[in-house]
Design a protein around this ligand. Structure first.
Ligand code: SF4
Length: 115
């Protein structure tokens, strides 16, 4: 397989948007990342365009998005202090909605960058 080197690639994983990443690809997968942090490296190496998972999971089992939203709403409604966690790789609009939801349900919010 032929090695492809892409310089100045942009990582959109956490929101810092580092744009000086060097990627090496064997034509199928990214095999090496230079200048990416551990989160960016994991993102580049493990996320593909292939659809590997169903749209949603409930207790590890495939579910529709509507079923997952309903299930999540029940969990959030029953929780004393829900944590809305993650928010990587999503749009500003989705982050705004998550912050509004946290306010609405008396929860707290955090991103994966606290790792
Ligand atoms: S995950 Fe790491 S490499 Fe990617 S944008 Fe954030 S800090 Fe930069």
């Amino acid at each position: 397989m032929e090695l492809t080197v892409t310089k100045n690639a942009t990582c959109t994983f956490c929101g810092c948007v580092c744009d000086d990443i060097e990627l090496h690809s064997d034509g199928v997968r990214i095999t090496h990342t230079k200048a990416a942090c551990v989160l960016g490296t994991a993102w580049f190496k493990n996320h593909t365009v292939e659809k590997l998972f169903p749209d949603a999971l409930i207790d590890g089992k495939p579910a529709t998005v509507d079923e997952a939203v309903h299930f999540a709403a029940e969990l959030l409604h029953a929780a004393d202090m829900p944590l809305l966690y993650g928010l990587s790789n999503i749009t500003c609009e989705a982050t705004r909605e998550a912050a509004s939801l946290a306010e609405l349900i008396g929860g707290v919010i955090d991103s994966h960058t606290s790792l």
